[in-house]
Design a protein around this ligand. Structure first.
Ligand code: ADP
Ligand code: MG
Length: 780
């Protein structure tokens, strides 16, 4: 907890619910084709849209069915775009932000040879975004820069403020050591490669710099190769004989949760030229390392960071306010990413392949991070963003998690060879545009009266003008005052010195002059006293005024904050109102739906009940039917049982009759035999034609023979042959009762068999018919 008010690195927002967000600004720059006869596969169809045409070879491979794809960006820069135009659209707002304590990240993305380095660094006469940014920054803050070492980076990504004396001592120490290069006094001293990067006519400047602040610029330059971080400004000399690989650095998080490269060299620069020189030094180091270690420069990411520290002037406008709470630090990262091509395209082998894999891996991680971020933002999910999977994404974590303005320039080489890689680049760009980053908030103003620097300057100017007028410092008295003063002094006595040894006039003169001298001394003392009183009064007034102004500023800033809160609350209220309206509407709809469902339910229940009742009825009906059927079955069964019995009896009777007839014949035969032997006796019947015994007679005979009346329905009697026979006495009765006898003939040949002539046989048949008749009547 050493210093709470240390120079603050870009702060993390406290995650209020209503942070304003802006999407990542994605721009597209198309570079000119290398040769005029080359096939072009990119067409700019508007200033925000490009169209990709599949090259001829590819079309043929896919039966000419290749889709023409269109991609839109915040803005598209065609082949004729100058470096200045690009700078004004893309980087200038970032420099404005930087000056106003807001962070920025600008990176170029594309395949190797698409113009990333050209866009970022440029070439002599056609400086890229980096030199132009530095130039604009120094053009804007140039006269307001603090003396060297007034701001001093600590080793924890913060910036401290030193008093004038410490800064002076450090300056003297530096001058004696000469370790840090001094600001070159003219462009002749600058590396020729770097001279005249920018045409002086094209110089840019911010018009809204706070003049009541003091500024200092620090730069760092790192390279990320194979997922290792190297400091390109480190002073350790590179040994060309025994090339040992440079030491890699680690990433740390500062107390504000910003990532930084631990132990990275931060160089304070005071002019565009000096900053260029530092950049170029790093660039050279990079080139040497790449050659010595046989590395592929297109596979490394380079990150040039411009850090701007600012602190307000004190109330006098003369010195920096020695209040560490008032130091603000903002930074702009300018990143030239590695080529985004796939490994197989470059046909890398061995260790190169591993490197390429890693580089692609870090770009893949960048892609994954963007995807996850976008998903989290769009779907409200909270998936972990894998920033830590690569150094590049880890370093820029806070831009996406915290706040800042992020811009990406997608560089495109329209040549046909790059077509497939360009497609992948476009897809990444399209997705990245949907990621949103919290908008940096305005820093609170310090509360001192504005215009302090100007007032102080005016005072100084006036002072030096007056000094110049008088040819040197003296007590300023105007001639009128001087005359008055002389008049108020005792007059000189009239004296004419004629003799050097005049002992009358000379002592008088001496006396008067001495008196005058005393008066003058008194007056001076008095004047000084009055002046001092005046001065202290003025100082008192001034401090009172300052205090009042501070209070007013305080109140104003508080008012401003309150206003902001009110506006936020209002928008929140509006949002909530809208939400509640939508919810009410939804509830309405749900209620209606519920009612509908309830009605449906009721009607379905009614239907169900009706059906149940019907079912019950049918069931009861069925049971009744069953019972009825059972009754019928039992009846029929009984009937048939009786019928069978009757039939059996009839058959028996028939057989009995046959037996009886045979008996009778035998008897008649016997009688004939006896008649022949005794002619006088016997009945007077016709001889040779025996009478057919009728049942009537048979019965009579049986009655005669039987002593007791025969039992009903049949009687058992002894046959003449010595056997027994049963006579069914009611057969005749049945025959007479039968109502269907006349219809017998009609029914002959029916399923009931051939018509029977035998009376005895008819009875059961008649009975059967009658039973049929009965059945018919019972049928419901
Ligand atoms: P990268 O860094 O993407 O690999 P470079 O920036 O090195 O690509 O560009 C490759 C070549 O193309 C360089 O010679 C560069 O001068 C040229 N170039 C790139 N973009 C442009 C452009 N917009 N106008 C003119 N030349 C360009
Ligand atoms: Mg490059």
């Amino acid at each position: 907890m050493q210093r709470a008010g240390k120079g603050k690195t870009p702060r993390r927002p406290k995650k209020p619910s209503n942070i304003e967000k802006d999407p990542v600004g994605v721009y597209c720059r198309i570079r000119p084709l290398g040769g005029e006869d080359e096939e072009c596969c990119v067409e700019m169809i508007s200033n925000s849209t490009i169209q990709l045409h599949a090259p001829d070879g590819l079309k043929a491979n896919r039966n000419g069915e290749y889709k023409e794809m269109q991609y839109s960006f915040k803005k598209v820069f065609g082949i004729k775009t100058t470096q200045l135009e690009l700078f004004e659209d893309v980087a200038k707002p970032l420099i404005e932000d930087l000056i106003h304590c807001k962070n920025g990240l600008l990176f170029t993305y594309g395949v190797t040879g698409s113009g990333k380095t050209y866009t970022m660094t440029g070439s002599p006469g056609e400086g890229g975004l980096l030199p132009r940014s530095l130039d604009m920054l120094f053009n804007s803050i140039g006269p307001f820069q603090a003396k060297r070492f007034v701001f001093k980076p600590d080793d924890k990504n913060g910036i401290e403020i030193q008093n004038q004396v410490d800064a002076l001592l450090e300056r003297q120490k530096r001058d004696s050591q000469q370790s840090v290069p001094k600001t070159p006094s003219s462009r002749q001293k600058v590396d020729p490669e770097f001279a005249d990067m920018i045409n002086p006519d094209e110089a840019c400047k911010s018009e809204s710099v706070d003049e009541d602040c003091c500024y200092s610029v620090f730069v760092t330059y790192i390279e990320i190769y194979n997922n290792y971080v190297y400091d390109l400004l480190e002073d350790a000399p590179f040994d060309p004989v025994r090339a040992k690989p440079p030491q890699s650095k680690i990433l740390r998080e500062d107390q504000n949760h910003n990532m930084y490269v631990a132990g990275c060299t931060e160089v304070e620069v005071k002019s565009t030229e000096e900053a260029f020189e530092v950049f170029w030094k790093g660039q050279k180091k990079r080139r040497i390392a790449n050659t010595q270690l046989n590395r592929e420069s297109s596979r490394s990411h380079s990150v040039f960071t411009v850090k701007l520290a600012q602190a307000p002037l004190d109330a006098d406008g003369d010195h920096i306010l020695q209040d560490k709470n008032q130091v603000n630090v903002s930074q702009l990262c300018l990143v030239d990413l590695a080529g985004s091509e796939r490994t197989n395209r470059t046909r890398a082998e061995g260790s190169r392949l591993r490197e390429a894999g890693n580089i692609n891996q870090s770009l893949m991680t960048l892609r994954t991070c963007m995807e996850v971020l976008r998903e989290n933002q769009m779907c409200g999910t909270n998936r972990m963003v894998p920033y830590r999977d690569s150094k590049v994404t880890h370093l820029f974590k806070n831009y996406f998690d915290g706040e800042g303005k992020v811009r990406m320039i997608v560089c495109v080489n329209p040549k046909a060879d790059d077509y497939e890689e360009t497609l992948l680049v476009m897809r990444f760009a399209e997705m990245t545009q949907e990621v949103e980053v919290a908008r940096p908030v305005d820093r609170p103003i310090c509360g001192l009266t504005p215009g302090r620097r100007q007032r102080n300057q005016a005072f100084k100017d006036e002072l030096s003008r007056r000094l110049e007028d008088r040819g040197g410092p003296c007590n300023g008295e105007n001639p009128v005052l001087l005359n008055q003063l002389i008049e108020s002094l005792p007059p000189l006595p009239p004296c004419e010195l004629s003799d050097p040894s005049d002992d009358q006039a000379l002592p008088r003169l001496i006396e008067v002059l001495e008196r005058r001298h005393r008066i003058r001394q008194m007056m001076t003392e008095q004047f000084n006293q009055t002046a001092n009183t005046m001065k202290s009064m003025l100082q008192q007034f001034d401090s009172q005024l300052n205090a009042k102004e501070t209070v007013v500023y305080d109140q104003r800033s508080k008012l401003g904050e309150k206003d902001k809160v009110i506006v936020n609350q209002r928008t929140e209220i509006e949002r909530l109102e809208k939400k509640s309206k939508t919810l009410e509407y939804k509830i309405d709809i749900l209620q209606k739906t519920t009612e509908m469902y309830e009605q449906d339910k009721r009607s379905l229940q009614q239907e169900l009940e009706g059906r149940e009742q019907r079912l019950q009825k049918e069931l009861a009906e069925r049971r009744r039917m069953e019972q009825r059927m059972q009754g019928v079955v039992t009846d029929t069964k009984l009937k048939w049982e009786k019928e069978c019995e009757r039939r059996v009896n009839a058959k028996q009777l028939e057989m009995q009759n046959k037996l009886w007839v045979k008996d009778e014949k035998l008897k008649q035969l016997k009688a004939i035999v006896t008649e022949n032997s005794d002619p006088g006796s016997g009945p007077t019947e016709q001889p040779g034609k025996p009478e057919r015994p009728s049942r009537e007679r048979d019965r009579n005979i049986a009655q005669k023979r039987s002593a007791s009346p025969p039992p009903l329905p049949g009687n058992v009697f002894k046959t003449r042959g010595g056997g027994q026979a049963v006579q069914f006495t009611d057969i005749e009765t049945l025959k007479q009762e039968c109502p269907t006898v006349p219809s017998r003939k009609r029914r002959s040949g029916s399923a009931e068999g051939p018509a029977q002539t035998d009376i005895e046989n008819r009875a059961p048949m008649a009975n059967t018919s009658s039973s049929h008749g009965y059945q018919k009547r019972r049928r419901p």
